[in-house]
Write a protein that binds this ligand. Structure first.
Ligand SMILES: [Zn+2]
Length: 127
């Protein structure tokens, strides 16, 4: 939630990394990188460089089953965002849809249009 963003009205939560889990053996919990594309098994890169499936909760590095490398990395580079996946995704989709409509109409509109930089800034400030 950034000031002026579409989710700025929501109650503030502390910033955290999303938790990921690797299920073989006893499994370990890792911190997922905040952006990235999932692979064919719906796994995404962790802070320690492995691939893990997302678990819908915050990573807690102090637990025994937590990856200590991810915990250390998260101490050095604290998370900059809150874990609020559904709301973030819906807001981003809404902004992307709005940007697509805005771009498609700009050639035919007699009214002044926002520049690409302004539209991109809105997307970056969304979450
Ligand atoms: Zn890890």
């Amino acid at each position: 939630m950034r000031p002026g963003g579409p989710l700025a009205h929501l109650r503030h939560r502390r910033s955290a990394y999303e938790q990921g889990h690797i299920g073989f053996a006893r499994g370990k919990d890792h911190a997922l990188r905040p952006s990235g594309i999932v692979d064919g098994s719906e796994r995404r890169l962790t802070l320690c460089g492995l691939l893990a499936r997302a678990v819908p909760r915050e990573f807690s590095g102090w637990l025994e089953e937590s990856c200590k490398t991810c915990d250390r990395v998260s101490e050095v580079r604290p998370p900059g965002r809150q874990v609020r996946l559904s709301a973030d995704l819906a807001a981003l989709r809404s902004l992307l849809d709005g940007a697509a409509v805005e771009f498609s109409r700009r050639e035919h509109s007699p009214h002044p249009q926002r520049g690409a930089g302004e539209i991109l800034a809105d997307l970056l400030l969304a979450v």
